[in-house]
Every structure is written in C-alpha cells, then in structure tokens.
Design a protein around this ligand. Structure first.
Ligand code: PMP
Length: 398
C-alpha cells in the first residue's frame, strides 16, 4: 500500500522522516488540511443557528460529518454520535453523566491492567464520588486482557466494564464479543476505548455489542480537538446533561430549563466546526484504503519489526506476537529516553515513556518502554531505519 505518492500526501512526513509515533497522533493528509482550511475560510460560519445561507450550508456539512461517522462505525443512527473534544472527554462525559445516575455506593467498575490513564482516572473520580470500587482484570502472559479471569470474576455488583479495544502500548486486541457477553451476563455496561482500534479496524457497533465507544480524531488522521462518543440512542436518552450552555437546551427560563434530545444535549456551546469537517475528510481518506487493509499492513510491519528486534541481543519485546501495529520494547541497561534521543538523530521518531499507562509499566516491572507504532504511510524503509538506529544505540552504549 505504501508508495512515495501516499507519503507525499502528508506534509508532516517531508524530508524522509521515519515517523513511528502514530499511536500518539497520526500525521494529517493534505485533503484533511485543505478541508479544514476551506471550513475555516471561505465556508466558515456558525452552525445550527444562522438563518443566512452560509450558516445553513455549514450546518448541513456539520451534520453530514455526523452521518459519515455513524456510517464509518456502523451506528444505527447519527443521533448516537456525540462530538466531543477527544476520547478523554468522551470517557469523562460518560463517567460524569451516566456514572452518578447509574452507580451507587458498593457498586463495582471493572478495568484492566493495560488501560490508558484516560480510561482509569475518570472512573477513579466517579468511584470516589459515589463510593464505588474499582477492580482490575489481569493480563495473560503475552499481554492480552485475560478474558477467562474476566468471565470468572464479574459479579452483579459490576455496573461497568471499561476496556481498551486495542492497547496503545502492547497493540493487544481485545476479544470484544467475549467481553461484551461477560459484561452483559451480569447486567453491566461495556465501554470500549477505541482510540487505537478506530484507525486500523473495521468497526460495527451492533456487532461489537458494546454500550459506549470512544475515539479521537487526531489518531484517525484528522485534527486534534475532536473525538466521538458513541452510545445507543436509548442509553444516551437515559443520561442527564453533562455541561450546560447554549445549544443543549430546549427552553430556558429562570424557573426551569428543559433540554434538547441527544446528541445535542451533550454538545453545549459552539461546537468544533472546523475540526468536525476535518474529521469527515479524514474518515473519507482512511476508508478509501479500507480498515482491513490498514490492519494487515500495519500488523505486518509490526511483525517484521519484532523479528528484526529479536536479532538485536539485549532487546526485550513486550506484548503479543500478533499485535495491531504497535511494538513496545526495551534495551538492557539503556533508558528508553536515550533510545528515543539517538533515534531522533537518525531521523526516526518513536515514543519513549510510560505511554500514559503507569499501572501497565508497574505490571511489567519497568518505568518506561520504547514504542514504535505504525500508520498507513509507513513501510519497510521505516523498519530498516529503526533497526539501523537501534544498532547505533547499541554501539554508543557499548
Ligand atoms: N486511550 C488510548 C488507548 C489512547 O491511546 C489515548 C491517546 N494516547 C487515549 C485514550 C486518549 O486520547 P486523547 O488524548 O486523544 O483524548
């Protein structure tokens, strides 16, 4: 799939930059930048309110983006798509709106050992508020969420199971259907953190059988500042408003305010118009490749990387052999930050750190890993540059 022509569509990849940090954020193709430039320039106006043609047109474009997202994720209706600032905001929305309305003291929330801080801290804040408890599903030896354990340990006290669809550190892919079945068997809702899955897997909300799904636009080759919370219409309807303000109301008086139906009820204030238009362009762009092809491409590069790194003694690899385009590793006696700094001198960008997953680092018994993550624009030249760079790291550190 990767060709020079494809890379040329990404201004951020100029100068033969070996960008291996797509799990943090994806580079943007020119079509996305152009769409945003138009939306913020010649087409710019507010949405949902204006009586003039430009605003009406922008409203149509904004709602077309919602329909496009719905189609992209196999939602039953665009009304199930709530625009938020990112996955983090989507999780906080559920924790702060759905949470207190459905959790009581003594209830339990099930997370897993590999969650991103975004899928831990909002639940801790909720648990503290309502007096609920948090349980942590362990991982199998190869870094998958242990579904045997999950099935055996969920109880009717569990009201929510919140798991990463794909781990941002290990690339582990969750067995969603089993997780959904286990959660629903005890009457719990399942929330999936889809940040890393949405850019590389075909999504269909009905098939996944989850209750909440979140994703971030910037990991989908779109802009920062926009993300999606999906929930079934009846679930959204059962949730009280989150933030108050313009656009989320039906009628305001000082005596009493009534609220708009979902999704508007959860979109207070002027929305992120330019970013939503950019997200639409980004989804058109990646859907043209097809998620299956993207997954196959990136997981092949990940497998190639694992094989090559095995050839460098002193490298430890983490996570499952079959991963979704993300490879975490360490080198004996060398801090990941040093690996990242030397690779930078070689025009190779990786991430080094705890990846906002400190409990996972604690489980692995290390403070940090080095992580190479792939996008649609990467190819074997990037893997070769990484391996060359790591050989230099080894030479430097002796
Ligand atoms: N969950 C996962 C698995 C992630 O990789 C990230 C981003 N690193 C987030 C949540 C948070 O996403 P955002 O910062 O875009 O809100």
């Amino acid at each position: 799939m990767t060709t020079t022509a494809l890379r040329d569509q990404f201004p951020g990849l100029a100068n033969n930059w070996h960008y291996l940090d797509t799990a943090a954020t994806a580079q943007k193709p020119q079509v996305v930048l152009d769409a945003m430039m138009r939306a913020g320039g010649a087409d710019y106006a507010t949405v949902h309110r204006g009586v003039y043609a430009r605003s009406a047109n922008m409203t149509v474009a904004f709602e077309a983006a919602r329909e496009r997202v719905a189609r992209f994720i196999g939602a039953a209706s665009p009304n199930e798509v709530v625009f938020v600032r990112g996955a983090t905001e989507g999780i906080n929305l559920v924790a702060q709106s759905w949470g207190p309305a459905h959790l009581n003291a003594g209830d339990r929330i099930m997370l897993s050992q590999l969650e991103h801080h975004s899928n831990i801290v909002p639940w801790q804040m909720l648990a503290e508020k309502v007096g609920a408890h948090i349980d942590v599903c362990p991982l199998t030896d190869d870094g998958l969420i242990d579904l045997d354990w999950l099935e055996a340990n969920l109880t009717e006290q569990h009201k929510l199971v919140a798991l990463a669809h794909v781990s941002n550190v290990l690339g582990s892919v969750l067995g969603v259907k089993r997780a959904a079945k286990a959660a629903h068997a005890v009457g719990a809702k399942l929330m999936l953190d889809g940040c890393q899955a949405a850019p590389r897997m075909r999504l269909n909300m009905a098939e996944l059988d989850c209750d909440f799904y979140v994703m971030s636009g910037h990991k989908l080759y779109g802009p920062t500042g926009v993300g999606v919370l999906w929930a079934k219409a009846e679930t959204l309807d059962s949730m009280p408003p989150w933030q108050g303000g313009g656009a989320m109301i039906d009628r305001v008086t000082f005596e009493k305010t009534t609220y708009a139906p979902a999704p508007s009820r959860f979109e207070a204030g002027t929305p992120m118009i330019i970013e939503v238009i950019g997200l639409h362009a980004a989804i058109d762009f990646i859907d043209s490749f097809g998620p299956e092809a993207i997954f196959a491409h990136e997981s092949a590069l990940a497998a190639q990387t694992r094989d090559a790194l095995r050839g460098i003694n002193s490298v430890t690899l983490y996570g499952p052999e079959k991963s979704a385009g993300i490879v975490s590793f360490s080198m004996e006696g060398i801090h990941p930050h040093d690996i990242g700094t030397i690779l930078d001198e070689e025009n190779v960008a990786i991430r080094a750190g705890h990846h906002c997953a400190q409990p996972l680092m604690d489980h692995l018994g290390i403070p940090a890993t080095a992580r190479a993550s792939f996008g649609i624009y990467n190819d074997e030249n990037d893997v070769a540059a990484l391996v060359r760079g790591l050989e230099r790291v080894k030479r430097i550190f002796g």
